[in-house]
Design a protein around this ligand. Sequence first.
Ligand SMILES: *Cc1c(COP(=O)(O)O)cnc(C)c1O
Length: 355
Amino acid sequence: MVHAPPRPPADAPPVRVNLYSDTQTRPTAAMKQAMMAAEVGDEQAGLDPTVDALCDRMAALLGTEAAMFLPSGTMCNRVALLTHCRPGDAVLAHETAHILTAEGGGAAALGGVQITPLPGAGGQFDEATLTAAIAPRWRYGTPQTLVAVEQTSNLGGGTVWPLARLRAVAEIAHAHGMATHMDGARLLNAVVATGVPAAEMAAGYDSVWLDFTKGLGAPLGAVLGGSADFVDRAWVWKQRLGGSMRQAGLCAAACLHALDHHVARLAEDHANAAALARGLAQIEGITVEAPQTNLVFFDTRGTGRRAAELAARLRAAGVLVSAMGEWRGRACTHLDVDRDGIDIAVAAMRAAVAA
Ligand SMILES: *Cc1c(COP(=O)(O)O)cnc(C)c1O
């Protein structure tokens, strides 16, 4: 039995503040206008000028030779791992990595690729942990071919990998003959939080992608970058997985609009996350992990109420958060949440804990 997410009851009150995920942003009126005005063509045949414009712009932003447009971030990870690895190969990644915990086992199911989970605080492993996990190459060993990092780390708490550690990890990987992959679902959150340009963060990574459906607010789409040779080989997997598209410029236009209008404002999401963290921390029994970007993780153990119970009580007050573990909850800020929404959410949590 595979569990579907519960449908909200028909009599559920309207959602006032949606902190469930930054994937739940809706395209703005201006974004929809940009989509309607897009010049389009057959993307699979290389004839969509808007997709080409997006890929060129993303290659420049990420500092890669080439880039490709894909329907989702999950498909970017899938295509990248399948392009880098052969069946039986191992990828070294953090134990909370999206590729390991949230992609239906796709790396193994579709590529015969195994993922070796590495420990470490905040969704990050350090140089010593990586080095210790690298096995000597010999005839009987598992071929370790790729090291993957997540910038920012989702389940690690929206944490930003420091530049020095990113560089060191890439150097260790390359020194051992492994390729490097950056899951940059929220890469621009890291960029806005630190002021370090995306290309600098991605330097040393053989593949890197950005999601447009998180805080950037597009309805679908993600862009995967790498060398021209990598992207060329990745196209085979894009086609095999059914990820080639037709008039995809409609969606690429939403992504271009997001690059123009929704990047600098990520700073507001980070400020709102900090305000939310401050508010939640003042509630008796709630412990908050200090946010670095737009994800606020909190522990409910001190209230005696499980995360799912508090989430249900908040839902009844029109506030959505997610339960990520028995006692761990997550609230995401994004472009559909303003400061008033933060105040409403904090008041609702206070009432939910006290009730
Ligand atoms: C959301 C997410 C993905 C998957 O992206 P989709 O566009 O939802 O498929 C991959 N990695 C991380 C870290 C994410 O947060």
